[in-house]
Design a protein around this ligand. Structure first.
Ligand code: APR
Length: 328
């Protein structure tokens, strides 16, 4: 059986880690594309030259030509600028929208049957743009944000309770910006509510304070890393998170993961991409798992969707030649 083919558009910090993870997990043959000459070729040579040590058998190719992504099963996009300390993801809109348009045209022409996972920020707007430019069915175009945001939330809970993060379940929904919505009500450790454990540990009012601090840290977690790095944004964690999504699709795992997906009425939202729990399998986004939000959660979710809408509304000003497609 032929191996799967994964193409990575953007060979920077995240792109390099993605390539290495694809190889280590033998997910398939990998093409790393970047506009910078020689750099993707150098990174792929570097990874290929340790195949014997790491024991993988996949072909790795670095390229500056879109034609090399032909036949891809999955394309993962990280092309675009990362933020600098003090910037929000939304500040990247104008520059990354132009890059995303170009990248999406390349994918449309050379990998028309691929599933596309976007990582570039601002995430929800970039996924929207890619879907509009490619015209691919919505179940094939999605964004990685929720897997990482949820994992960050789980990590902080695990540290607070002194338990293995593997036993923590907690999800973050909404847009991948400062308005994202960590869902406290369903956060649990092997089924036991996190809030109940916090109350037992700290008492009622302190428990709320501790949870609020974890929620706020989750929302700002990307910025915390940006500040510490000083130059660039998180790259190990977004790469691993996108690989979990790619693996779910390639191995038809039916994983339930928070994914930036196109909503068509679910959660009261029509025709916008935001993060919600989805079933990921061989057909891409196979199902959106809808559930009842309480009043406060729904208000926070709506607020987050409004922030995404604000960015989408700006896209026609940035890409005037795309105005008709963007309004469709
Ligand atoms: N086509 C392809 N690649 C491009 C293009 C383009 N038009 N423009 C820029 N790139 C490449 C750059 O050459 C660079 O190698 O995208 C790569 C981005 O890599 P980094 O700058 O290292 O950024 P990274 O940390 O990987 O983040 C990429 O993901 O999480 C988001 O906010 C982050 O938007 C950023 C993206």
């Amino acid at each position: 059986m032929a191996r799967s083919k994964i193409s990575l558009i953007g060979g920077g910090q995240i792109g390099g880690v993605l390539a290495q993870l694809c190889a280590l997990r033998e997910l398939g043959d990998v093409v790393l594309f970047d506009i910078v000459e020689n750099m993707p070729q150098g990174k792929m040579l570097d990874i290929a030259e340790v195949a014997r040590v790491d024991q993988f058998d996949v072909d790795l190719k670095g390229t500056n030509e879109y034609k090399d992504i032909a036949g891809s099963d999955i394309v993962i996009v990280t092309a675009g600028l990362p933020r600098k300390p003090g910037m929000s993801r939304d500040d990247l809109l104008a520059v990354n929208a132009k890059i995303m348009k170009q990248v999406s045209e390349g994918i449309k022409e050379f990998a028309p049957d691929a599933f596309v996972i976007i990582i570039s920020n601002p995430l929800d707007a970039m996924v929207t743009l890619c879907q509009k430019v490619t015209g691919f069915p919505a179940e094939r175009v999605m964004g990685q944000a929720g897997v990482l945001d949820s994992n960050r939330f789980c990590t902080f809970i695990a540290w607070e309770l002194g338990v293995s993060v593997r036993d923590v379940n907690a999800m973050v929904l909404g847009g991948h910006g400062d308005t994202m919505v960590p869902i406290v009500r369903y956060a649990n450790v092997n089924g036991v509510p996190v809030m109940e454990q916090l109350v037992r540990k700290h008492g009622e009012s302190k428990a709320k304070e501790v949870m609020t601090a974890m929620v706020e840290r989750t929302k700002m977690a990307g910025g915390e890393v940006v500040k510490l790095l000083g130059n660039g944004s998180a790259f190990y964690s977004p790469a691993s998170s996108a690989i979990a999504m790619a693996e779910a699709i390639l191995r038809d795992q039916k994983r339930v993961l928070p994914v930036c997906a196109l909503l068509k009425g679910e959660f009261g939202v029509d025709n916008y991409y935001v993060g919600v729990p989805c079933v990921l399998g061989a057909d891409g986004i196979e199902n959106i798992i809808e559930f009842e939000l309480d009043e406060e959660e729904q208000a926070l979710f709506n607020n987050s969707v409004a922030a995404v809408k604000g960015l989408i509304d700006e896209l026609p000003n940035i890409l005037p030649d795309m105005a008709d497609v963007l309004k469709s």
